[in-house]
Design a protein around this ligand. Structure first.
Ligand SMILES: Nc1ncnc2c1ncn2[C@@H]1O[C@H](COP(=O)(O)OP(=O)(O)O)[C@@H](O)[C@H]1O
Ligand SMILES: [Mg+2]
Length: 240
């Protein structure tokens, strides 16, 4: 479970990127965090994962407070950043072993998990190649595997589907569903509302760091009296 309480983050003196966000992601749920570019999604996610310190407010991960029990909170999280271009000199398998070492994943567990995830993403053969020779999509897939190799309960994914080919996107969506169905929280951001339609149990739409909507896609359609999600999204985020 993820609980966000009155989060605020201002860059410099005036850009209020996140402006008093409150929400909860329950166990068993996939929550889509949706907003146009610059809406404040990545800033929120960086505070959720403890990378950025909020000006005020707090984040709870499975009842651990990011303010007072950050290490415990972070150990619960599998995080995929929005840019997969770190550690490019390493081979895929070297990167995954590094992450496994950091999290203390046993040799047996890491072998099993890396084999399972890599085969679902068609990455088994590429594990021995340097990541600088990977495509964007392949880098993204390695980051996904790295985020999951310590078997975290809470998944926090920043634009995880960007750059993935249809087959890998399908595999990841399936994994997200399985993980939520096993009773865990899955939270991911996207700037495309349609992505959320089939996948999410609930969506939160934000713009200018503020929450515009929190509920199911069906409720959103009913509220707006409109079927076309793209139209709804553009209308909702058009106002300055
Ligand atoms: N490091 C930073 N310094 C100053 N402004 C930033 C920084 N990171 C993001 N911003 C600004 O904060 C706002 C929210 O950005 P971001 O959280 O990246 O949005 P999103 O992920 O929804 O595209 C934008 O106006 C962006 O320009
Ligand atoms: Mg972003």
């Amino acid at each position: 479970m993820i609980k966000i309480e009155k989060l605020v983050k201002t860059y410099g003196n005036h850009i209020r990127a996140v402006d008093g966000l409150d929400f909860t992601v329950r166990n068993g749920e996939i929550l889509g965090f949706i907003g146009p570019n610059g809406a404040g999604k990545t800033t929120t996610i960086k505070m959720m994962t403890g990378i950025l310190k909020p000006d005020s407010g707090n984040v709870m991960i499975n009842d651990y407070s990011m303010r007072t029990q950050a290490l415990k909170a972070k150990q619960e999280i599998g995080y995929i950043a929005d840019s997969p271009d770190l550690f490019l000199r390493l081979k895929g398998i070297e990167y995954l072993n590094l992450i496994s070492d950091i999290y203390g994943v046993s040799t047996k567990d890491r072998k099993e998990r890396i084999k399972e995830f890599a085969s679902r993403f068609d990455m088994l053969e590429a594990l021995g190649d340097a990541m600088q020779n990977y495509s964007h999509g392949m880098r993204q897939k390695i980051m996904v595997i790295g985020a999951l190799v310590h078997n975290p309960a809470v998944w926090i994914l920043d634009e995880p589907l960007t750059g993935l080919d249809p087959k890998s996107a399908f595999a990841l969506k399936q994994m997200m569903r399985e993980h939520a169905d096993a009773g865990n929280s899955v939270f991911f951001s996207t700037h495309v509302l349609e992505v959320a339609e089939k996948l999410c149990d609930r969506v939160i739409i934000i713009n200018h760091g503020k929450k515009l909507f929190d509920g199911s896609i069906e409720t959103l359609r009913e509220n707006r009296k409109e079927e076309d999600l793209e139209k709804i999204f553009l209308e909702m985020t058009a106002y300055e």
